[in-house]
Design a protein around this ligand. Structure first.
Ligand code: G4P
Length: 553
């Protein structure tokens, strides 16, 4: 097989995605079940260990203890019927940070996991916005149908009203809570019966019963449940039938093109804990989710995944993964071509050659050297000289640069002071390096240079992380004082009067590291007021891309 044929085959069999959800929706549980299908059972244990430790996390030391595990699960790779699945872990819970958003820039699709009782929750909404910005396909898994749930039609309405995305149910639930009888697969016309006695579901062997359609005379007989209650079966069937008729009439049909553009989400119902509906979901996901797709360079050129030119970009940097070595690992998503260990590539921003001699994969607690990898894969690069930054492109010639990994607007803000004024230089250096890694963002007062910066973070815990690392790695003791702002927006457009916003009680006008204007707001109201009164301005949640950063070091 020629390299080109092999490349095509490897691209076609890969699916790289992330799960987006609010804490407690069941992401760990779903991940664990997905891994079981891939035969990666030893990893499933690691995922669970993380879930168990989660609640005890109260400070940074705890996070660091956990780190081995959460890092090891940065990417979970498993095979399923000849497909290679790369599941990117998006930090959630207390370690929710900009990394969570950035990871989505390396995914080709997202699985949106929703708790059937709670519907669309805030963290899901934020992550959804990032997916929408990228226009990637989103597949929805509505979980915990074995518990009292919202009405399924209401959940679909919520997707549309809160997220503004149309939906196409691929399966439909029959009953819920303790009257949950299973789901009807609309494509295969099968009833997947929910069995609570464990065995069948645990092994993923579902009672799938073929019917001729929802009018099948035997349908209702299959819904009697453990007590074989006829009245209950009729009632459940009637509700199901009314809903499904409505869907047939007024619902959106499946449309691959709209799914690909992220405008329509295929919806599945199930129960991750009971391993119910998970395998069917995985099968359909593989069928309808995209293989690694083309990417745009900052010049607007399209690079196809199966282009022979190797290229990849850094979307995440993690320092001190191994406290004994104080190392720095850059995570690179491969976008095109064939990756081989020891290959020499161009670092486009620095216009220099680098040799990728120790590419790593992270399995459980262990690092494994990668000999080769393909588009869609993620490899860790040991970056001892600190030359890699988030957004950097590495490629074989000619040099290209992918459109950058955006910076996302933080929601927590703080000022920072040092206890020992002699350490000002170390503080500067520490802040600069840690902000390049994306721990926090730094905003400055206009015309004030480095004096009294304002720090912004997506997750509040990031300030603790910053403080701890400044002390451990730069020997600087700091004091962090939270500020009462809740939104940051990059401002573009005509007629922006920074002084006006600086004078107001409820906003501040600052600049970011590229001197781009940023406004901080103290409340939702203050932001809305600005948006409504300054229609010529744009208030952006991600930083506008700065061109010509090529030579910047
Ligand atoms: P997360 O990673 O999204 O935060 O969620 P996680 O999987 O840890 O699940 C959160 C809780 O929801 C867990 O319960 C888990 O067992 C439960 N759960 C997940 N899927 C389902 C489901 O389909 N049905 C039901 N009924 N519960 C589900 P926990 O009590 O917090 O933890 P555990 O003691 O069960 O581990």
């Amino acid at each position: 097989m020629s390299l080109q044929e092999k490349l095509k085959k490897e691209v076609e069999r890969r699916r790289t995605f992330a799960i987006i959800s609010h804490p407690d929706a069941g992401k760990t549980t779903l991940t664990e079940k997905l891994l079981l299908y891939g035969g990666a059972i030893h990893l499933a244990g690691a995922v669970r260990a993380k879930a168990n430790q989660r609640n005890t996390t109260s400070d940074w030391m705890e996070i660091e203890k956990q780190r081995g595990i959460s890092i090891s699960t940065s990417v979970l790779q498993f095979d399923y019927h000849g497909h290679q699945i790369n599941l990117l872990d998006t930090p959630g819970h207390k370690d929710f940070s900009e990394d969570t958003y950035r990871t989505l820039t390396a995914a080709d699709a997202a699985v949106m996991l929703i708790d059937a009782a709670k519907g669309v929750e805030p963290q899901t909404r934020k992550l959804f916005e990032v997916c929408r910005m990228r226009g990637i396909p989103i597949f929805t898994f509505i979980n915990k149908l074995d518990r009292p749930s919202q009405q399924p039609l209401d959940l679909l309405a919520e997707l549309e009203n809160v997220l503004g995305i149309r939906s196409c149910p691929m399966s439909w639930p029959i009953g819920q809570g303790d009257r949950f009888r299973g789901v009807y697969d609309r494509t295969s016309k099968e009833i997947l019966a929910f069995q609570t006695d464990g065995e069948a579901n645990q092994k993923g062997r579902l009672g799938a019963i073929q019917v001729s359609g929802t009018d099948d005379p035997n349908f209702v007989k299959l819904l009697g449940g453990p007590r074989n209650d006829e009245d209950e079966a009729k009632e459940l069937y009637q509700t199901f039938k009314d809903e499904i008729d409505l869907l047939e009439l007024a619902g959106d049909p499946f449309n691959q093109e709209l799914v690909n553009r992220g405008l329509l989400t295929p919806v599945f119902f199930g129960s991750a804990m009971n391993n119910f509906g998970v395998e069917r979901f995985l099968q359909r996901f593989i069928e309808f989710a995209p293989q690694p797709s083309a990417r745009l360079t900052s010049e607007g050129d399209v690079v196809e995944a199966f282009s022979p030119q190797f290229s990849g970009f850094v979307f995440k940097i993690q320092a001190n993964m191994d406290p004994a070595h104080r190392d720095r690992v850059a995570f690179m998503r491969i976008s095109s071509g064939h990756f081989e260990r020891n290959m020499e590539v161009t670092h486009s921003r620095l216009e220099k050659k680098v040799k990728l001699s120790k590419p790593l994969n992270f399995f459980a607690q262990e690092r494994v050297i990668v000999d080769e990898a393909w588009p869609g894969d993620i490899v860790g690069l040991l970056d001892t000289s600190g030359e890699l930054r988030i957004g950097d492109t590495l490629c074989t010639p000619p040099a290209i640069e992918y459109a950058g990994v955006p910076r996302f607007s933080p929601e927590h803000f703080a000022g920072i002071t040092i206890k020992d004024p002699m350490k000002r230089k170390q503080l500067q250096k520490g802040l600069e390096q840690l902000s390049e890694e994306g721990v926090v963002q730094i905003y400055r007062q206009r015309g004030m240079g480095d004096k009294d910066p304002v720090l912004g973070a997506v997750g509040a815990l990031q300030f603790e992380v910053l403080q701890h690392r400044l002390k451990a790695e730069y020997s600087v003791d700091t004091k962090i004082e939270k500020m009462g702002f809740v939104h940051a927006r990059w401002v573009t457009g005509e007629g922006y009067d920074a002084d006006f916003f600086e004078r107001r009680e409820d906003s501040r006008a600052l600049v970011d590291r590229d001197e781009l204007p940023v406004l901080l707001f103290k409340s939702d109201w203050a932001l809305r007021w600005a948006e409504e009164n300054y229609k010529k301005l744009k208030f952006l949640t991600t930083a506008p891309e700065v061109r010509g950063t090529k030579k910047k070091k």
